[in-house]
Unconditional design. Sequence first.
Length: 256
Amino acid sequence: MPASPSLARSLAHEFAVEESVLSSKPDRPLSRLSACVFALASLTTVPLVALAEEQPITEAEHVLFVADHLQSIQGKQTLRYAFHRGGTLDKDLDDSAEFEVSDTSGKRTVETRCMTGSKKLELPAIEAAKGNPALLCFLERDIREMERLTGGKKWFFQKRIRLALADGPEVKPIKVNFAGTEISAKEIRITPYAKDSLRQKFEKYADKYYIFRLSDAVPGGILEVDAVIPDGAKPEGPKLMEEVMAFSRLEPAKKN
């Protein structure tokens, strides 16, 4: 359920105060790729030459945002992902997303269809694309969901996820079963709100964690992205919410 009006007002005020304090102090420089990704998530554009270069990007940022996930996709093809939401906090939801990759004459563009029906998010086409926009689709939807649940502001959650990735989380090599075959993959896990000074304002959701699984064996590189809100009162019980976007298939793009 969405945050109550009183909680929403409290969060909005506290987040605004906290952001004004943060903006008045030197902060860790915004990494080049994090800035680019979250500028896109805000549906704005930032020229790469204008992005800060002082802070080296972390391995996690490189794996998620720098690596060319789309290099194996030739011609015009469509990446399809399945989305599922489960848990006790809200109704189950099944949806999908698709990303039409056009790599012709050395120019690669991606058209994004992020979710469907009333859940559809309007995201811009991406020119000279390298990263898989499935990640952008998932995070943009997730941030809006956190706004709805807590009454907080979009930039607050964007920044916490950015900083969690910039802190250098482990990129763990793993083996996973995909389509009946064991493949090599990488896993990144972050808990961006767990140590936040404002967590008491949204305590129910503060232990939310994200898991990113990537593999070169899968077209588009992004195997699965999970966002999980555990139930602090029942650690061994069902999750409050678990959202998963998983690679489904790659197929030829439909002709117009």
